[in-house]
Ligand binder design. Structure first.
Ligand code: BDR
Ligand code: CA
Length: 309
């Protein structure tokens, strides 16, 4: 059973990532940490708590994390996720509350008391992970792997930059340069994780609250992805990271060098992905290139079915 800490900014796809982690028996969700990204951190934390409530996730602690990027001004994504960060489904106020303490401290504590068997799964801006690395460098040798969603060979927030990296590229640079084993689910991969009509109708048949919730999330997400990007089907980016932790064969990866741009006028937040090995530099990441769409959605639907009524 793989132990993971899911660091997220729910977020429609973040929410589904939480549900997959909770509903699949091959991963143990050690904790959920939140960060500012799709919305302010107060909102993403509330959203995470609501997801837990809907799905009956009772024993997983939720910690609120960084509300601001390390250096830049905060930027959020209401055009994609609505003002709440998770618009669409109408949910009651969560009964569960966040734990006391900061997400960065929780991440450090869990890693330091571990046997090096915890995987970090960041699916929002990398602020918490970078802050933890700076605050306690001894965690570096304790992290089994980082399986993050971010970057790619093209952008979705600027022509060059993907949202999670763009929001805090300095943090991303700290993480990519850390020397820790990293697997990257970039846009090249996540744009293959499309919630097609066929997938949505399978989800609509799931008879529990989580199934209904995901249907409502995808309905909203489909609309914004059509309006903003002209996509026929919405891609559930963050879910890919959790799916990879459950079964790495769902994704094909390539060893490459990736560097994060923090200075460019038009390229701030870009991940420079050396697919052809032209830099001659030592690869630092496994870069995801191909998704097994059938295996992926079978896994997600099975997990949703496993969640409580
Ligand atoms: C990433 O940005 C967010 O909007 C999504 O939740 C995902 O993590 C995609 O670029
Ligand atoms: Ca996210």
């Amino acid at each position: 059973k793989r132990k993971i800490i899911l660091d997220c900014d729910p977020g429609h796809d973040d929410a589904i990532a939480i549900l997959l982690a909770a509903g699949n028996p091959n991963v143990e969700l050690v904790g959920i940490t939140t960060v500012a990204g799709n919305a302010e951190v107060e909102k993403t934390t509330k959203n995470a708590l609501q997801v837990c409530e809907i799905a009956g996730i009772a024993n997983v602690p939720v910690f609120k994390g960084s509300g601001q990027p390390m250096i830049r001004k905060r930027e959020t994504a209401p055009s994609i996720h609505g003002d709440s960060g998770m618009d669409g489904p109408v949910l009651p106020e969560p009964k569960k509350t966040a734990e006391h303490g900061h997400a960065v401290d929780f991440i450090i504590q869990k890693l330091m008391e571990s046997d090096g068997d915890i995987t970090l799964v960041p699916v929002g801006p990398l602020t918490n992970i970078a802050m933890a690395m700076r605050r306690e460098p001894a965690i570096l040798s304790k992290i089994q792997e980082i399986v993050l969603m971010g970057g790619g060979t093209f952008g979705n927030w600027t022509p060059a930059a993907e949202f999670n990296i763009f929001v805090d590229a300095e943090a991303a640079k700290v993480v990519f340069d850390s020397g820790v084993p990293i697997t990257v689910m970039g846009l090249d991969l996540t744009h293959q994780a499309l919630a097609t009509r066929e997938v949505c109708s399978r989800i609509a048949q799931i008879e529990n609250r989580a199934g209904k919730f995901v249907s409502e999330l995808l309905e909203f997400f489909r609309e914004t992805y059509l309006d903003v990007f002209g996509f026929e089907h919405p891609p559930v980016h963050d879910v890919c990271s959790v799916a990879y932790c459950i079964d790495p064969t769902v994704v094909e990866t390539k060893r490459v060098r990736v560097d994060v741009e923090t200075k460019g006028e038009f390229t701030y937040g870009m991940t420079a992905v050396d697919l052809l090995g032209v830099t001659g530099r030592e690869p630092n990441v496994n870069f995801a290139v191909k998704l097994d769409h059938t295996k992926f959605w079978d896994m997600v639907i099975e997990a949703l079915n496993n969640l409580s009524k």
